[in-house]
Design a protein around this ligand. Sequence first.
Ligand code: DGL
Length: 268
Amino acid sequence: MSILIFDSGIGGLTVLREARVLLADRRFVYVADDAGFPYGDWEEPQLLKRMVDLFGTLIEKWDPRLIVIACNTASTLAIEALRKAYPDQEFVGTVPAIKPAAERTRSGLVSVLATPGTVRRQYTRDLIVDHASRCEVKLVGSTALARLAEQYMRGGFVDETAVAAEIAPCFEESEGRRTDIVVLACTHYPFLVNRMRKMAPWPVDWIDTSEAIARRAASLLEQAGEPVLADEALAEKGEDVAIFTSGIPDFSTRKLLSGFGLTSCQPL
Ligand code: DGL
């Protein structure tokens, strides 16, 4: 049975990349709801309905063993509703790494860089109250970065001054202290982290949760005692598939996907 990795676009590939290393014997189905991209701009009730409906179709068609919502904007809104709507299905969510940031900061100034949707969510606010009450956490919503990451991954070019403008509000100075951690709370952002590093006014730790999400998926399967596939079964596991809700993606996207081991594109 396959592992379905879901995002609004190609950001979830940062999680797929790690999951394919840890769970090399599994078949992956990567789903991008690119017809709805960017999720960061949606109103909550409409996006919630869209996701619950879409997962009905996906679960029926693919009957996945595990679903990884590799999108902070989607998880912080819909993970509980999805678990309720599909109680037999196991989900792994992706939420802003506020707790690890609070544990690691030395200056006490932490910024969370995310989509406007994730910044607005009650879920995100609750994470701060529950895990970071002793820090100053600044939520920075970016309307442009997810799009910039998509353009960069497809075309290989990104406007560095635009990246600099988007990350600038993350950097705070107060009473001799400076922000020392920026949480990358959108799965698209790790693709741009080297540019962010270059354009940052001072060095910080950039927290990327892709590997932790993949590890969580792997440990759930391990806890369930599922055996690693033997060689014969491995040969028959099938190609890793990509599904884009707007249809078969263009050539540059297909090229990118094949670089991530997604060899076949299928309609929804
Ligand atoms: N990759 C998504 C996330 O982790 C967001 C991108 C979008 O706005 O659709 O939040």
